[in-house]
Write a protein that binds this ligand. Sequence first.
Ligand SMILES: *Cc1c(COP(=O)(O)O)cnc(C)c1O
Length: 415
Amino acid sequence: MDYSHVRDVDPAVADALDGEVERQRDTLAMIASENHVSEAVLEAQGSALTNKYAEGYPGKRYYAGCEYADDVETLAVERAKELWGAEHVNVQPHSGTQANMGVYLAMLDPGDKILSLDLTHGGHLSHGHPANFTGKLYDVEQYEVDAETGHIDYDQLAEKAAAFEPDIIVSGYSAYPRAVEWETIQEVADDVDALHLADIAHITGLVAAGVHPSPVGVADFVTGSTHKTIRAGRGGIIMCDEKYASDIDSAVFPGAQGGPLMHNIAGKAVGFKEALQPEFEEYAQQVVDNAKALAETFEDHGLSVVSGGTDTHLVLVDLRDSHPDLTGGTAEEALESTGIVLNANTVPGETRSAFNPSGIRAGTPGLTTRGFGEDEIREVGELIVKVVDAPEDDDVLAEVSERVQELCDANPLYE
Ligand SMILES: *Cc1c(COP(=O)(O)O)cnc(C)c1O
């Protein structure tokens, strides 16, 4: 990466930028919400479009000089429609949270009712957590996963929906390894006359590639992020039927945001083009195959995998059975010291705190981007198990670090 202009102006920031590239090269990025975008997406996001004000939408802007902004946004929208098959797409949300905000703002009044999955069971802050605007503005009730199976408890969801009479039901999750039954949730929503928002932030790429069922055409609204399993740079997206188009567009701008981040929208356009190539389907399938191999490796070595496996890009491990004295936080730290970067995560039925929970969450999108296949992922799984079994053994940590470095060198990034 060439940050020579930054270096001339600001060596301290240039050091951090170079340091981050090195960190990504020399570590295994297994945070399930992260990935590595192409250099083409990086260039687009670092482009002169960051200078441009383009409030409004293509062809209807509040500022002059928007012809290239229009080109880029139109391309992003058209490609998104092709990728997900949505009637209407808004690519302006700055993030996944902003995308959800757009839907709530378009459809709810303060005090209206949201029914969503509990955060410790895999939900997201923007689905009604008390610390988030959603928890402050709306009346929130939550459903859970089944304690035995780890799958969404669809019966409980239906019971809670009947009792609570929500205005909107939110599906789509942050730490849920299983395929979501969109139709089942839609039936619940129809029964209680609620809207249905399917937030596919984590699985946007898997849905685009057809390796996870799609809620587009099922749920009223589909929101997503553009930087997780789809490698289009940081941002959000909203999809809906034409009948909601103008409500959604005016909720995003001027409702929730000012000028769109046109440089990010350029990144989205480029990343979506990459995702329309046939190789992307292979990539997404490999992401899932790798996650399945990782889950198997963990189970073979005695770790307890929530729901017994995965249908997606992520694996959630509950450490309480196999390692009752080890917290997710301690495991995360020991792993990070070897170059394996993942996160401590709450697990269904959490008995510790959100800051130092009982599980770890591991995702395969980043490593798959670097070219890791199932054999390499199994080895990474074994390295993780070694650290989890002996998080304070310096010899083990040194041995794992050495192997992690070899795996990184064999699968280079941003050469
Ligand atoms: C990651 C995520 C989001 C988006 O988060 P941002 O950081 O705001 O982009 C939204 N919903 C779910 C379920 C997520 O996992």
